[in-house]
Design a protein around this ligand. Sequence first.
Ligand SMILES: Nc1ncnc2c1ncn2[C@@H]1O[C@H](COP(=O)(O)OP(=O)(O)OP(=O)(O)O)[C@@H](O)[C@H]1O
Ligand SMILES: [Mg+2]
Length: 279
Amino acid sequence: MPDTTVLDGVAHEPGVAKPDPILIADGVVRRFGGLTAVNVGHFEVQRNTITALIGPNGAGKSTFFNLLTSFDTAQEGSGTFDGKPLRKVSPHKVARSGMVRTFQLTKALEGMSVMENMRLGAQDQPGESLLTAFVPPLWKSREREITEQAHDLLHRFKLYEKRDDSAGSLSGGQRKLLEMARALMSKPTMVMLDEPMAGVNPALTESLLEHIIELKDEGMTVLFVEHDMHMVRRISDWVAVMAQGELIAEGPASTVMQNAAVQDAYLGAHHDTDLGEDL
Ligand SMILES: Nc1ncnc2c1ncn2[C@@H]1O[C@H](COP(=O)(O)OP(=O)(O)OP(=O)(O)O)[C@@H](O)[C@H]1O
Ligand SMILES: [Mg+2]
């Protein structure tokens, strides 16, 4: 079971302050034409925990993720990551500051080998500099370092044998593992995962869950979006719930899923997610 003691004294209410937040969002609004996709008053993620972001389809979870990682820009609001302001920072800079997110493998990345994908993940490391790129001796030793790091991660994610295969030839589950391994190449302090279990068969689900727990054991903070409530219950220290763009509940999984507003949000959305045995 995850260690939730650090959050024991925290009230179970949306927007509540945490003892040591690594990520803080404040007054974040994102509109698409007449639609307000995200309107989050305040949200904090406690350092070195696993936090799940749940909510019915269209609740604004992915949009909120894009805003937090600077892949999209809010019309209003501000945020800090590890004490540094997030506003008007490029996704690249956010990644270098230690926050990384996984992405579906795009067509271009599918055409590259597993190893090439891993190398690309290294370019967001905080130590990457132009100097290294222009001084061949530094560049060579850097190359070796990157190769070693990639091999270590590929062993850990059981993809080493596939290192020269094209990423497009991997199964759905293996791609998810590659996305995570590639994200770790940047040596992040916070990892953002949007639906890490989607399309993964049950055999690999277990290993993905263990990998996520390992990230926390290594000191990282994890924020993930997931529809599968059984997974959410198993690995989350804390759960935040969005509905219609707003944060409507926060707390441990068991508490949040009994919350009337949460149950209404899922029922109102005619969502087929099973909130679990507590309902
Ligand atoms: N680029 C965009 N242009 C217009 N509307 C958008 C855009 N991106 C998202 N939306 C709308 O914003 C709302 C929130 O979408 P979002 O993808 O963030 O929801 P979600 O919670 O991630 O849903 P799901 O669980 O289905 O992934 C939806 O109504 C969606 O149609
Ligand atoms: Mg989404």
